[in-house]
Design a binder for this molecule. Sequence first.
Ligand code: PLP
Length: 230
Amino acid sequence: MQDIPTFGERLENVRERIAGACSRAGRNPEEVQLVAVSKGFGPEDVREAYSLGLAAFGESKVQEARAKIPECPEGISWHLIGHLQSNKIKHAVRLFDVVHSVDSIKLLDQLDEACDVAGRIMRVFLEVNVSGEKSKFGMNPDQAAEVVAAALNCSRLEPVGLMTMAPLADKPEKARGYFRKLRELRDKWNSDFDVALNGLSMGMTNDFEVAIEEGATLVRIGTALFDGST
Ligand SMILES: *Cc1c(COP(=O)(O)O)cnc(C)c1O
């Protein structure tokens, strides 16, 4: 039986794969931020990852984050990557530095107002349901013009880019078309709105290399880092 790799070894492997994808795409690895998705793992795992140089962590659920974040080192940048319910917005504003899941004008307005009350600015990604799967959150690309315009009007929100999740698939290559579509939407909206929503939050354990080849500026990786069994 092979030894289970240490966290440090898994991190090194992920970093090498990021570098490899960047090199294939002629990109600088510094353009790709690694967010370690710690959902389902505890503060001790976060501490170990932090001690090895990871500084940005992602959580899917506000409830889980509320219990975990106070037990974690200060100085971490916390990203909310899961759906945000209205009744959790106040907590989210207190806990997170970036929200990746903004997908409606209603949520934009509520988040903007909560940030105003808290006296802070929040960076947001606008989540797009590129695949059109009914089970997925995210705005339909056709509704986007309205949502992008609204986001640009929120005084307490700083829209930094777009986020998507590709459908589950047996091969990473199947995600490529969805990632490419998100990049094309970004380029179109940037020119239509004369803005620079340059961020592309896309790519997870199963498909991050393809996402980087298609322009991801931020990958959200959980399993490949934290799950010793894979
Ligand atoms: C869980 C999750 C991830 C990380 O997924 P892995 O396959 O474990 O890397 C990334 N993004 C979102 C939105 C998630 O919910």
